[in-house]
Design a protein around this ligand. Structure first.
Ligand code: GLN
Length: 449
């Protein structure tokens, strides 16, 4: 084949990178204005739907959960019928149509658009992630780096969308904002369609072997069963992590609005801008953190995915200790507000934690899941992150009846204790992976089918 790699990675990675960048641009762009649009008054210059805050937040909670829950049927569809490549294509089409329908200013368009987007993300998100893993052989050390690169793409979309779509939607017209998100998705879809020649070997449907016309049941080997078990255990980490982290959009957002002095050199930073900060940090620190972990591994230190996830949870947990300190400062300061620098530090710790968990988990799943269940396991992973989002919302609600400080301290203690337990048991858990999590170019593991 002609030169199929670029900067040490298969060209297909860059196709998936840009497709997902634009998909996330449309997702986060639409998400940024959704609540603002539905709560805007119907009589406003840029009219919305006139809902109250509670209904709007409820819709938001269900919506952000459902997009990820639909990753399970999205994964099944790929494993059973279409393969990942075609399911991504289908999801992308649904997303384009969904976003463009939202550009119309009628009620049916609103609900139809939302349903199509939920179905579209379900088809696209888990399967494109599995395809990234499919570009690499077992044991290839480049796989983790590839997921970091892919994750940076996600966050370029996540960072730019709220600023651009948010501006157009809020300042000009909500429906132009939705339309703009649709244009982003269309660009992603075009990149994907024209990049097919670099994706020939990945994401194809693997038919189940048939015997005499009857579907043959493929039994898992005991090794595969162990790997599935450790994957399912790792999903508990995922709920804990996102349950804490995703308070960014809820409780921490309100905390930033009400209890942080957001003025720097006479300029008051709008609370919503802090929503773009984690994505910005990911773009900035994605590679350095991946590099640090590589150096750590080269020093012969423990660097399994589960270990990284444990450390990531602990580091993110310490972010909540800082938040608790900020809450306590705010409560004793004369204006009831704490310094803005706390937030910069908190989000930095959260993102260092995120980079040790999120891309690592994506990579981990593609290493451990049996081929037959690859997309389904990825789908379940995203569903679990959806549950984490819901948990974060519930913690935010709980804070309304106690104090933020109590919630922040509790999250800190829980995350650090949980991370430590994980680190303690990492050797035992690692055994269940049967070498699938060993990254080495010089010592590739033996493929077990
Ligand atoms: N921020 C990441 C993304 O949008 C992770 C989201 C998640 O896993 N819930 O892909």
């Amino acid at each position: 084949m002609p030169n199929q790699t670029l900067w040490g990675h298969p060209k297909g990675l860059y196709i998936l990178f840009f497709t997902e960048l634009w998909e996330r641009f449309s997702y986060y762009g639409m998400r940024a204005i959704l609540v603002l649009y539905v709560t805007a008054k119907t009589t406003a210059l840029n009219p919305g739907m006139g809902w109250n805050n509670v209904s709007a937040l409820e819709l938001y909670g269900w919506y952000t959960m459902m997009v990820y829950v639909m990753s399970v049927p999205g994964g099944l569809l790929a494993d059973r019928f279409l393969g990942q490549k075609k399911t991504v294509l289908l999801g992308g089409f649904l997303l384009c149509i969904g976003h463009f329908i939202l550009a119309f200013d009628t009620l049916w368009a609103f609900y139809t658009g939302i349903v199509l987007i939920i179905l579209g993300v379900g088809g696209l998100k888990p399967n494109i992630s599995t395809m990234v893993g499919g570009l690499y052989k077992s044991g290839d050390v480049k796989r983790d780096t590839a997921f970091t690169i892919f994750y940076i793409g996600i966050n370029i979309g996540a960072f730019t969308a709220p600023l651009i779509v948010g501006y157009v939607g809020e300042e000009i017209n909500w429906h132009y904002g939705f339309g703009l998100a649709g244009i982003g998705m269309a660009i992603g879809q075009i990149v994907y369609m024209f990049g097919q020649k670099y994706l020939k070997t990945v994401g194809n449907f693997v038919p189940v072997i048939k015997e005499n016309g009857i579907r043959k049941k493929v039994k898992l080997t005991s090794i595969e069963k162990d790997r599935m078990l450790v994957l399912i255990l790792s999903f508990i980490i995922v709920i804990v992590f996102w349950g804490a982290y995703e308070q960014a959009g809820g409780l921490m957002n309100l905390f930033a609005r009400d209890k942080i002095d957001r003025s720097i050199m006479g300029f008051v930073i709008p609370a919503s801008y802090f929503q773009a900060l984690p994505a910005f940090y990911v773009i900035l620190f994605g590679m350095p953190i991946a590099y640090l972990w590589t150096q750590w591994r080269k020093m012969g230190k423990e660097s399994s995915s589960l270990f990284k996830m444990g450390i990531g949870t602990i580091i993110m947990g310490f972010g909540f200790l800082l938040l608790a300190k900020a809450a306590s400062n705010a409560s004793i300061s004369f204006d009831g507000k704490a310094s803005v620098y706390w937030l910069f530090a908190v989000y930095l710790l959260h993102v260092i934690g995120e980079l040790s968990i999120s891309p690592v988990a994506l990579s981990f799943i593609t290493k451990l899941a049996p081929v037959k269940y690859a997309s389904l396991m990825m789908g379940i992973y995203f569903m679990v992150t959806g549950l984490g989002n819901k948990l974060a919302g519930m913690l935010g609600e709980a804070a309304q009846n106690t104090s933020e400080k109590t919630i922040f301290i509790s999250v800190f203690i829980f995350c650090v204790a949980f991370g430590l337990v994980l680190v303690l048991f990492v050797k035992k858990l690692k055994k269940l992976t049967h070498g699938a999590d060993v990254d080495s170019n010089t010592n590739p593991i033996v493929e077990i089918s």
